[in-house]
Design a protein around this ligand. Structure first.
Ligand SMILES: [Zn+2]
Length: 348
């Protein structure tokens, strides 16, 4: 099962701060890039573990290397403990209870519906097309965050769903919004052992694999866990957005920055599938590449009095064309993101 493209309008409305707060967001990324550049050199590919040494290009002061063996795009430095704790550890640490306003609940519902429900529906449709009864299966969502994907799975009518998350603040938001305990917390160091033991037919990793320090260990644990038949992933890809960012380094870098220190490619995903014994069952290619191009030019035009008048004209001309242009890229598998349903092939 193959699907291409996705309307950009919901994402544009959720990401309006990308346009309005360009300078502040870019400043944060420049600071993170400087911290990342202080980490030990990355010597092995994050996807295939082969040696990487030849620098392909630099962006915001970071060298990037394309793996000669699998085609994965690697940042030149390790995502060390120090780097990850700056990125992911919550300020103040402790989770705290709070009251959520109806505006909070409405924003949560809208984000679930606009961004996550289509991802959940695609999974359900793909399993059904494969001949499974989605309602009869059990699901485990790793890196569940604030529970958006778990909430979207529940909204499709599925019931046997567990979420796992390391952040207590995020898990408590998830459970508060769900009205019951759907996401449980665990220590970061327990992720791999949990994956090896979880009793679920379908495991999802939505925007998770690329943030793990040891993604290969997690995949190996899932492969060895015979309860798990399907893996549903969403990962960011080495796509035109990377080149747009390299060409517009004064514009907020949505894709290859911050916690994204490496990007999958179709070939590094193929390598991963071969190594960990998985087959591609269904895939949905869509991206923000053309939106990034549109935004980058808009931000640049708006930055100068001489070209500010062109910004509105650019919007009128380009905005209606974004989806069709992106779909042309998606059909060539040149998307900044892919969702894949993979099936473990276990012999004996
Ligand atoms: Zn590689």
């Amino acid at each position: 099962m193959q699907k291409y493209g996705k309307p950009s309008a919901p994402l544009l409305s959720h990401k309006s701060h990308f346009f309005d707060e360009n300078a502040a967001l870019l400043q944060r990324q420049i600071g993170l890039a400087a911290l990342y550049a202080e980490q030990p050199r990355r010597l092995r590919c994050k996807a295939c573990d082969g040696p990487v040494s030849e620098v392909s290009f630099s962006k915001l002061g970071i060298d990037y290397l394309v793996c000669p063996r699998c085609g994965h795009l690697n940042g030149a430095f390790e995502d060390s403990d120090a780097f990850c704790s700056e990125l992911y550890v919550e300020a103040g640490g402790a989770a705290y209870a709070r009251d959520y306003s109806s505006a909070d609940r409405e924003a949560y519902r809208r984000r679930t519906e606009d961004i996550y429900l289509p991802k959940a529906r695609f999974l359900v449709d793909a399993l059904a097309a494969k001949g499974e009864d989605p309602n009869a299966l059990s699901y485990a969502d790793f890196g569940a965050g604030s529970g958006y994907f778990v909430s979207a799975l529940r909204a499709t009518g599925l019931t046997d769903i567990r979420g796992f998350e390391v952040s207590e603040t995020q898990a408590s938001l998830a459970n508060e919004m769900a009205g019951e305990a759907v996401v449980r917390t665990h220590a970061l160091g327990d992720t791999v052992s949990l994956a090896g033991e979880v009793d679920a037919k379908v495991v999802s990793l939505i925007g998770v694999l690329e943030h793990l320090q040891q993604p290969r260990e997690l995949l190996a644990a899932l492969k060895d866990n015979e309860a798990v038949s399907y893996l549903y992933i969403s990962v960011p890809l080495f796509s035109p957005s990377v080149f747009i960012e390299a060409a517009f380094q004064d514009v907020m870098q949505r894709h290859l920055s911050g916690g994204h220190t490496h990007l999958y490619s179709e070939s590094s995903l193929d390598w991963t599938c071969r190594e960990f014994g998985m087959n591609r069952v269904a895939e949905w290619w869509f991206g923000g590449d053309v939106m990034d191009l549109y935004r980058s030019i808009l931000v640049r035009l708006s930055a100068s009095d001489k070209t500010a008048g062109a910004a509105e004209l650019w919007t009128g001309m380009m905005k209606p064309a974004i989806d069709a242009m992106q779909e042309a890229l998606d059909r060539r598998h040149l998307s900044s993101e892919v969702h894949m349903l993979l099936q473990f092939e276990r012999h004996g």
